[in-house]
Write a protein that binds this ligand. Structure first.
Ligand SMILES: *Cc1c(COP(=O)(O)O)cnc(C)c1O
Length: 455
C-alpha cells in the first residue's frame, strides 16, 4: 500500500465509525475548542509525518468536538444529512480533483451537471430549458438569480450594468415579504441594491398580494424585482404564488422565489399543491444540501432567461477555452472547482423520482408527528397552521419556553433551536434529514416531555 492509499483507508475507517455512532451519540459536541486545539497540538511540526498518521490524529482528536449534524435527531437548522450515494460520490470528487470550470477541460463534470440540471427542473416542476447553476448554497443562489434580475430589469430600462455600473442609473425597486429569509437582504446588499421594500405578511408569514400590488404601484413604473418565498423557516408557509405573481406581472417586475427547502414540495405529489403557480416566476433559488441531503456546499440557482444569467455571470478570459453552449462557470459567481453536480447526480440517480417524493413525504410525516406529540405536552402549543417540514412551538410564556430549550440542549438527545417568531420565544424544529427514523422522533419527543416536566 502506498502512503496515499493508507491515508485513504484510515479516513474510510474513521468515517464509517463516525457514521455508525450517529444513531446513539449525543447530538452536541462534548469538547471545547480549546480542548481540540490542545489534542491536535498547536505547534507547527518541524518536519514531515506519514499521511495516515496525520489522518488518524485528525479524526481521533476531533471526534469529541464534532456535533452530530447528520444524526436523525438534529433539528436545529435545515441542514440535511448525507445521502449514501451522494456522500460516496463526494469522496470521488476529492480524489478526481477536477477543475470544473469549462466543458472543454472537464467533460465528465459538464455531462453530470447537464443531466442533474435537467432532472432538477423536471422534479421541481420548473420550465425547461432554464439555466441551472450550482452554487455554495441558497444564499449565493439567491445572489446569482438576483444579479440576473437586476441586470435584466435595468437593461430593459436602457442601462447596461456590465458596461456602465449602477452609479447614476435608474433605481431598482425591490419588494419582498416582511418574513423573507435574511439571506435575501444579504444578497441585495452584495448587489448594491440596499434593503428591500417590505410588504405585509399574514400571521404565518405569507405575503399579502393586495399589499404587494400597492407597494409596486407606489414605486412607480421603474425597474422592479419581487422576491417571493416557498417555505418560511418558522412556519413552513408558502406565499400565494398565483395572486402574487399576477400582481408582479402587472408591474412588469422580475419575480424571484427563495425556495431553499420549500421548492422540494413540488417533487411530492402529496405536497406539490403548496408550490402551485411558483413555476410562473423568472428565477428560483434552492438548496441541494438541505432537502436533497447532499454534502455541503451545494445550492441551486435556476433562471428562466438563460441569456440574462450568462450576461450577469459569464466569465470572459483570453486564456479560457469557451464553449458555444456555455460553460458551467457562466452560470455562477464563483469559479467552482468543486464538482458540486456529481453528488447531486448521485443522489438523484440513487433515489429516482419516487425516492425523492418519498423523502419529502417522510420529512413531512416526521414534522407532523412532532406537531401532534408537542400538542399533547402540558402547557405546550404548536403555532404554525400548516405543517410542512417545520414546527414552531411555545411551552407557555417566554421564560418557560427558554427553560425548556435550555434543558433540552443540556440533555443532548436532540438539538432543537430557540428563536423568536411573531413576538414570542419559540422552539423551532426543522426536519430535513433523510436518515431520521420514527424511533428518532419518539426519543426526541420523550426528551421534550422530560424537559417540560417540572419547569
Ligand atoms: C437556508 C435558507 C437560506 C440560506 O441558504 P444557505 O444554503 O444557508 O446559504 C435562504 N432562504 C431560506 C428560506 C432558507 O431556509
Amino acid at each position: 500500500m502506498d502512503a496515499r492509499e493508507e491515508a485513504l483507508r484510515q479516513a474510510h475507517d474513521h468515517a464509517v465509525r463516525w457514521l455508525a455512532s450517529l444513531s446513539h451519540r449525543p447530538v452536541p459536541a462534548r469538547a471545547s475548542v480549546e480542548a481540540i486545539v490542545s489534542a491536535l497540538g498547536a505547534g507547527l511540526p518541524a518536519g514531515p509525518s506519514p499521511p495516515a498518521e496525520v489522518v488518524d490524529l485528525l479524526a481521533t482528536a476531533c471526534e469529541p468536538g464534532l456535533t452530530a449534524f447528520p444524526a436523525g435527531r438534529f433539528y436545529g437548522f435545515v441542514v440535511g444529512g448525507t445521502e449514501p450515494a451522494a456522500l460516496a460520490a463526494d469522496w470521488l470528487v476529492s480524489a478526481w480533483d477536477q477543475n470544473c470550470v469549462m466543458r472543454a477541460a472537464a467533460p465528465a463534470y459538464a455531462a453530470a451537471e447537464e443531466i442533474a440540471g435537467a432532472w432538477l427542473l423536471d422534479l421541481l416542476g420548473l420550465p425547461a430549458p432554464s439555466a441551472v447553476g450550482f452554487t455554495t448554497g441558497a444564499t449565493m443562489a439567491n445572489f446569482t438569480c438576483l444579479a440576473a434580475a437586476r441586470d435584466e430589469v435595468l437593461r430593459r430600462a436602457g442601462r447596461d450594468v456590465g458596461r456602465d455600473g449602477l452609479t447614476g442609473g435608474p433605481a431598482v425597486h425591490v419588494v419582498a415579504g416582511a418574513q423573507r429569509h435574511m439571506a435575501i437582504d444579504l444578497a441585495l446588499r452584495y448587489l448594491g441594491l440596499g434593503r428591500p421594500d417590505l410588504v405585509a405578511t399574514d400571521d404565518q408569514g405569507r405575503i399579502e398580494p393586495e399589499a404587494l400590488r400597492e407597494a409596486l404601484a407606489a414605486g412607480g413604473r421603474g425597474p422592479a424585482i419581487v422576491v417571493l418565498q416557498a417555505g418560511d423557516i418558522h412556519s413552513g408557509a408558502f406565499d400565494p404564488f398565483p395572486e402574487a405573481v399576477r400582481a408582479a406581472r402587472e408591474a412588469d417586475a422580475w419575480v424571484h422565489v427563495d425556495g431553499a427547502f420549500g421548492l422540494w414540495a413540488a417533487a411530492s405529489p402529496a405536497h406539490a399543491h403548496l408550490t402551485a403557480g411558483c413555476a410562473d416566476a423568472d428565477s428560483w433559488a434552492t438548496d441541494a444540501h438541505k432537502t436533497l441531503n447532499v454534502p455541503y456546499d451545494c445550492g441551486l440557482a435556476v433562471v428562466r432567461d438563460t441569456a440574462a444569467l450568462r450576461a450577469a455571470m459569464g466569465l470572459h478570459g483570453a486564456y479560457l477555452i469557451h464553449d458555444a453552449q456555455g460553460d458551467p462557470v457562466d452560470k455562477v459567481p464563483e469559479l467552482s472547482r468543486r464538482g458540486r453536480a456529481f453528488p447531486v447526480w448521485a443522489a438523484l440517480r440513487s433515489l429516482g423520482r419516487s425516492g425523492v417524493a418519498d423523502l419529502v413525504e417522510r420529512l413531512c410525516r416526521h414534522a407532523t408527528a412532532f406537531a401532534t406529540g408537542i400538542a399533547g405536552i402540558d402547557g405546550a402549543s404548536v403555532l404554525n397552521d400548516v405543517v410542512f417540514t417545520q414546527v414552531c412551538a411555545a411551552f407557555g410564556d417566554d421564560a418557560r419556553t427558554d427553560r425548556v430549550i435550555d434543558r433540552l440542549l443540556a440533555d443532548g438527545t436532540t438539538w432543537i433551536s430557540g428563536s423568536r417568531w411573531r413576538g414570542r420565544r419559540v422552539l423551532r424544529i426543522s426536519v430535513s434529514n433523510w436518515s431520521t427514523t420514527d424511533e428518532d422522533v419518539a426519543r426526541s419527543l420523550e426528551a421534550m416531555r422530560r424537559a417540560a416536566a417540572g419547569v
